[in-house]
Write a new protein. Structure first.
Length: 169
């Protein structure tokens, strides 16, 4: 069952901040304001450190895939998940810190990536998301029956074609 986008936005922008506020107030009343502030600041600092380390690891893995001539699809999805996790960690609150931390941990990120792949495949198959390509890809080899283009300084004119204004003859 899919939730309508309006319901998702309502939950994201109204219910989540209210839940965060209620949890922070409860934690403050159960402990102290200083403990609550320390928890929020420490989770933010740890999250930033983890984000930097995981982001660098994903960047290096993507570079290895490109160097091997493969498209870094998993690494791009990991980068998107890390970006979302970083946004959650920047949002003050305990619930968003937990969500952001889950996005930073490689095992849970693999589960999120798999779910994201399945969602994208379904959205592309149903036509909700359309994919268009222009030209070739550096990750595919030209077919034997296709001519290979070589970059050069000048090209021959077709017989009977008007001269180009950029021609220096």
């Amino acid at each position: 069952m899919r939730l309508p986008i309006g319901t998702i936005l309502l939950l994201l922008f109204i219910a989540l901040p209210l839940a965060e506020l209620a949890l922070l107030v409860w934690l403050t009343l159960a402990t102290s304001i200083w403990f609550t502030l320390a928890v929020v600041l420490v989770t933010a600092m740890l999250g930033a450190t983890m984000l930097r380390r995981q982001g660098l690891g994903v960047w290096l893995a993507a570079n290895r895939e490109i160097a091997a001539g493969r498209f870094p699809a998993d690494q791009l999805l990991d980068g998107i998940i890390l970006l979302m996790g970083g946004a959650f960690l920047l949002t003050p609150g305990l619930i968003t810190d937990c969500l952001g931390t889950l996005a930073l941990l490689p095992p849970s990120r693999a589960v999120i990536r798999l779910s994201l792949k399945r969602w994208l495949a379904g959205a592309i198959a149903s036509g909700t998301i359309r994919v268009a390509t222009v030209g070739g890809s550096p990750f595919t080899q030209p077919k034997a029956d296709q001519p290979e283009f070589v970059e050069g300084d000048r090209a021959e004119q077709w017989p009977g074609a008007a001269p180009s204004p950029f021609d220096r003859r």
